[in-house]
Write a protein that binds this ligand. Structure first.
Ligand code: GTP
Ligand code: MG
Length: 197
């Protein structure tokens, strides 16, 4: 699939104000500054569809875009920057909790992980929390342009080793770069397949 049309729809701080759940939806989440907004621009071949910044915490709302008139793409706020609760039960803040747990047309939540870092506590907590709640997840390792192939396979292996401790099956995973466009076709084809099934 190629993104031929990408249009901003809304930026809201409340699940109830999201567009009606009448289309397949794919959302992007991860720690602040992991590269969510940059990845969305890369997938859409746009420079400023989603707002990016080198200051963590740029995206604070639920941002819907309609793609090819068929599906919704969603840029979410980062977790682990603002007031993230220490207790797993309390979740990751009201906006994220409500959206992730209650958005009925959410077909896949892409969880972005910085390919340069070993598994971070907050990422593992998020994966455990969302996984336990039965949210459909895929992993995206971002900023791969900053690593050698060898370093990259080391991080991925470390992640998979940790995840297999509590997931029977490790979720689908992708390696991306907003700089080189690595992973663009793979992620879009995956979305296409999910929509068709
Ligand atoms: P918040 O909205 O604050 O949660 O951040 P975000 O996850 O949307 O991150 P954003 O896309 O704004 O990117 C954060 C910083 O990382 C920016 O300075 C980007 O230029 C940089 N960045 C993002 N993706 C990549 C990448 O693939 N490669 C490199 N080298 N830098 C990247
Ligand atoms: Mg952002």
């Amino acid at each position: 699939m190629e993104i031929l049309q990408a249009t901003f729809i809304s930026s809201v701080a409340d699940l109830a104000k999201c567009p009606p759940p009448d289309k397949p939806e794919f959302a992007f989440i991860g720690r602040s500054n992991v590269g969510k907004s940059s990845l969305i621009n890369m997938l859409a071949n746009r420079k400023q569809l989603a707002k990016t910044s080198n200051k963590p915490g740029k995206t604070q709302t639920i941002n819907h875009f309609i793609i090819n008139d068929i599906w919704y793409l969603v840029d979410l706020p980062g977790y682990g920057y603002a007031s993230v609760s220490k207790s797993l039960k309390a979740g990751f803040g009201k906006i994220i909790d409500n959206y992730v747990l209650k958005r009925e047309n959410l077909d896949c939540l892409f969880v972005l992980l910085d390919a340069r870092l070993e598994p971070q506590k907050i990422d593992l907590s998020f994966l455990e929390w969302a996984g336990t709640a039965g949210v459909p997840i895929a992993l995206i390792f971002t900023k791969s342009d900053k690593l050698s192939a060898n370093e990259l396979s080391k991080t991925m292996k470390r992640f998979k080793d940790v995840l297999t401790q509590y997931w029977e099956e490790v979720p689908p995973s992708f390696i991306t770069s907003a700089e080189t466009k690595r992973g663009q076709a793979e992620v879009l084809n995956f979305i296409d397949e999910v929509i068709r099934n």
